[in-house]
Every structure is written in structure tokens, then in C-alpha cells.
Design a binder for this molecule. Structure first.
Ligand code: B12
Length: 210
């Protein structure tokens, strides 16, 4: 098992005070916010493993989410250095039906806004029709779907099939993301891209909108 950094380890131990102290230190030392997020992600992955192994329970999962959200509220001002000027384009995004994980999606939203995109964030547990309706209404060229639960992967396929049925599939590039997603999941769902992290997702949006 890979060694964790001090920050990631403090997160795994759910030592909120230490986590926030380390984050403040890193911000003060000029460390890029994205690096700090990456370190935290390693900690969250380890927390997930402990949960799977029965060493952590739902309460620990909930607490870890709260700590990460507090970290994010410190980092967000650093991420939103919005580029001025016209909108680069519209991106519709949401976490699929049955899934309420939103910390990763919210990072994507923050980065997209910082990069000058108009973002329509549908939130979590988003029904198929809501995705399809928003794509139709906004004419967005990109749809992003987040899924952190393996059993919600079929939801992404359902949305893509519904876009086809609505005659909208050709106008929209579909990007999927979330910790357990990968290329196989992309293939299964019929999405155009799988983004391993938020930055990759933003770069794909840049490419689509030229
Ligand atoms: C915190 C957490 C929770 C919190 C979520 C709080 C919140 N507001 O989001 C709470 C406590 C609510 C929760 C609940 C559950 N959870 Co949970 N949770 C986690 C945990 C520990 C961290 C998730 C997280 O925030 N990571 C940090 C963020 C920054 O990472 P990320 O989401 O992957 O996002 C990054 C990229 O993936 C990407 N990205 C994400 N989405 C998108 C979308 C697009 C378009 C793009 C471009 C990029 C992108 O950008 C982000 C930044 O780079 C994970 C473990 C893990 N490995 O991730 C388990 C995990 C996801 N949970 C899991 C489970 C099982 C559950 C529950 C079913 C537990 C239960 N028995 O009730 C419930 C389900 C609730 C529901 N219906 O959704 C499992 C899922 C297993 C699986 N493969 O299906 C995991 C993997 C833990 C594990 N190993 O067992 N959970």
C-alpha cells in the first residue's frame, strides 16, 4: 500500500484540526490548490478502503465528507480565478440518479466556472429526464455525469440512451467521472470521454468548445 502524505494521513485519521492546519500551511507556502486536492483524494480513497474492509462505518464516511468540504471551502477562492470575457460555452452537469456524492462534482463545477464556462449544475440524484431536458433547453455541447457508486453506472447509460431517443446525442459530448469510473465504464455507458480528474474534464470541455 502506498505511503500517504501527512495531510492524507491526517484525513484518514479524521483529525480535522490537523487537516485544516496543514491545508492552511500549504496555502501559505503557495502550494497549488490542485495539488492539495490530490493529496486529500489519496486520503479519501484510503478511507473508502477502510469502509470496504469494515474498519470504518457510515459515520466515518460522513465525517470524512464534512472535513473534505471544509477543506474545499478554503481552496475554492484559489480555484475561482475566473477568466474575464465572454462565456466559453455551457456545460450541464450532475450526479446521477441514486447517487448523492457531490464533492468531486462540485470541484469540477468550480474549475469550469473558473475557466469561464457557464455551468448548469443539476445537483445530485438527478433523474434521466432532467439531464435530457437541460441539454435540450440550453443547447449545451457538453454533458458531465458523476457517479461514485458502481450500481449507478447503468443510470449513465440510460441517460445516454434517452439523449439518443430525443435526437440530442449528436449535439452533445458526454463526459463521465467519479472515483470508481474507468474506460470500461465509459464503453459500457456509451459516453465519449472518461475523465480521471476534474482538470482532465475541464480540458475536454475546452477542446469541445475550441
Ligand atoms: C465521502 C464519501 C461519502 C459521503 C459523500 C458526501 C458528499 N457530499 O459527497 C457519504 C457519507 C454521503 C457517502 C455515502 C455512501 N457511500 Co460513499 N464514499 C465517500 C468517499 C470516502 C469519498 C468520496 C469523495 O468525495 N472523494 C473525493 C472527491 C474529490 O473525489 P471524486 O468524487 O472521485 O471526484 C474527483 C474525480 O473523480 C473527478 N470527478 C468526479 N465526478 C466527475 C464528473 C465529471 C463530469 C468529471 C469531468 C470529473 C469528475 O473530479 C474530482 C476531482 O478530481 C468514497 C471513497 C472514494 N474512493 O472515493 C466513498 C465511496 C464512493 N462510497 C461508497 C459507498 C458504498 C457509499 C454508500 C452506499 C454507503 C452506505 N452503505 O450507505 C453511501 C451511498 C449514498 C448514495 N446513495 O449516494 C463506495 C462505493 C463503492 C462502489 N464502487 O460502488 C466508496 C468507493 C467507498 C468504498 N470503497 O467502499 N459516501
Amino acid at each position: 500500500m502506498a505511503n500517504l502524505t501527512e495531510l492524507a494521513q491526517a484525513l484518514v485519521e479524521l483529525d480535522e484540526e490537523r487537516v485544516l492546519e496543514l491545508v492552511e500551511q500549504k496555502i501559505g507556502a503557495g502550494e497549488p490548490a490542485l495539488n492539495i486536492i490530490q493529496e486529500c483524494n489519496a486520503g479519501m480513497a484510503r478511507i473508502g478502503e477502510r469502509f470496504e474492509a469494515g474498519e470504518y462505518f457510515l459515520s466515518e464516511l460522513i465525517f470524512s465528507g464534512e472535513i473534505l468540504q471544509n477543506v474545499m471551502s478554503k481552496l475554492e477562492p484559489l480555484l475561482v480565478q475566473a477568466e474575464k470575457g465572454d462565456s466559453r460555452g455551457t456545460v450541464v452537469i450532475g450526479t446521477v440518479k441514486g447517487d448523492i456524492h457531490d464533492i468531486g462534482k462540485n470541484i469540477v463545477v468550480t474549475l469550469l466556472k473558473g475557466a469561464g464556462f457557464d455551468v448548469v449544475d443539476l445537483g445530485v440524484d438527478v433523474p434521466t429526464e432532467a439531464f435530457v431536458e437541460k441539454v435540450r433547453e440550453t443547447g449545451a455541447k457538453v454533458l458531465g455525469m458523476s457517479a461514485l457508486l458502481s450500481f449507478t453506472f447503468p443510470e449513465m447509460k440510460t441517460v445516454i440512451d434517452a439523449l439518443k431517443a430525443a435526437g440530442l446525442r449528436d449535439q452533445v459530448t458526454v463526459i463521465i467521472g467519479g472515483a470508481p469510473c474507468n474506460e470500461q465504464v465509459r464503453e459500457f455507458t456509451g459516453a465519449d470521454y472518461y475523465a480521471i480528474d476534474a482538470v482532465t474534464g475541464v480540458n475536454i470541455c475546452r477542446k469541445v468548445y475550441g
